[in-house]
Design a protein around this ligand. Structure first.
Ligand code: ZN
Length: 104
């Protein structure tokens, strides 16, 4: 599958809480716990929430993962993500172009 086709798929997302180990202590924490929302990249949702929790613990070193919610992007969310990505790439391309001009 080509990169653009991959990007155009509706991605799976996960939200969960974990023991706050943020340093400094983060403002979002409540009772010593805070949350994270991110994308699933390895198809963990197909193996169940246990697999999702293990993947998050491995990737982010989060402990005490709980309250896991997994859902798939809506088409609107997917389109917004792709549009944001495209803008970023355009900005980067312009940055490189300016950099090559390099007078200042
Ligand atoms: Zn925290």
């Amino acid at each position: 599958m080509k990169r653009n086709e991959l990007l155009a798929k509706n991605r799976w997302m996960v939200r969960y809480t974990h023991i706050c180990t943020c340093d400094p202590y983060c403002l979002g924490s409540k009772d010593g716990r805070c949350g994270n929302t991110t994308y699933l990249n390895g198809g963990e949702q197909e193996q169940g929430l246990e697999a999702v929790a293990e993947a998050m613990a491995r990737i982010f070193k989060h402990e005490g993962i709980d309250d896991i919610e997994v859902w798939q992007e809506t088409d609107a969310e997917r389109d917004a993500r792709i549009a944001a990505r495209k803008r970023e790439e355009e900005d980067e391309a312009r940055g490189i172009w300016w950099g090559m001009g390099g007078a200042n």
